[in-house]
Ligand binder design. Sequence first.
Ligand code: GAR
Length: 189
Amino acid sequence: MTTRLIVFASGTGSNFEALATYFAGRRDVSLVALVCDHKAAPVLAKAKAAHVPTIVIDYRAYPTKAAAETALVAQLPEADGLVLAGFMRIIGPTLLAAFPDRIINLHPALLPSFPGRAGIADAFEYGVTVTGVTVHFVDAGIDSGRIIAQEPVRIRPDDTLATLETRIHDVEHQLLPTTVDHLIEKGVF
Ligand code: GAR
């Protein structure tokens, strides 16, 4: 049996690429679509290179988030789970209801600290000495769902935001694919 996953991303797509590389030789796992909310996002070229079909959804073309999500759900292929890998939108009730307990998100901080759009910079500016990466289930809140996996990253005295970002991303590129793999193994997806 093949586990079918849809990846959601908004920008660069380095985590999409990490997932595509990790699962490339796997017959039991298939990335069946990449959903992106910006038509010029670099992740789209990465999806094409990985032969993953893309769906671009322009939320601004719809009167409400619910209308956009309804249109999106109608376009999605059959899937066992959704992986938000750098998707910069809050998931609404329509999409949550379509995939109950089947949506996970990657966050670049140790939740519940530093939720939101700028987890790396917020931790750096606050001055904590340990931050990290979280993978969690998505619920109706902002980065508030049940935590699945976390990995700490120490902030060094000589770190800049850029050097910290690089180390966070390196950890993300390992933690996200291995966590997805564990969830598949456990039958969550
Ligand atoms: C990642 O660091 C991810 O954790 C973060 O966006 C980045 C996307 O990078 N997500 C969030 O901040 C969600 N609140 P990528 O496009 O290179 O994968």
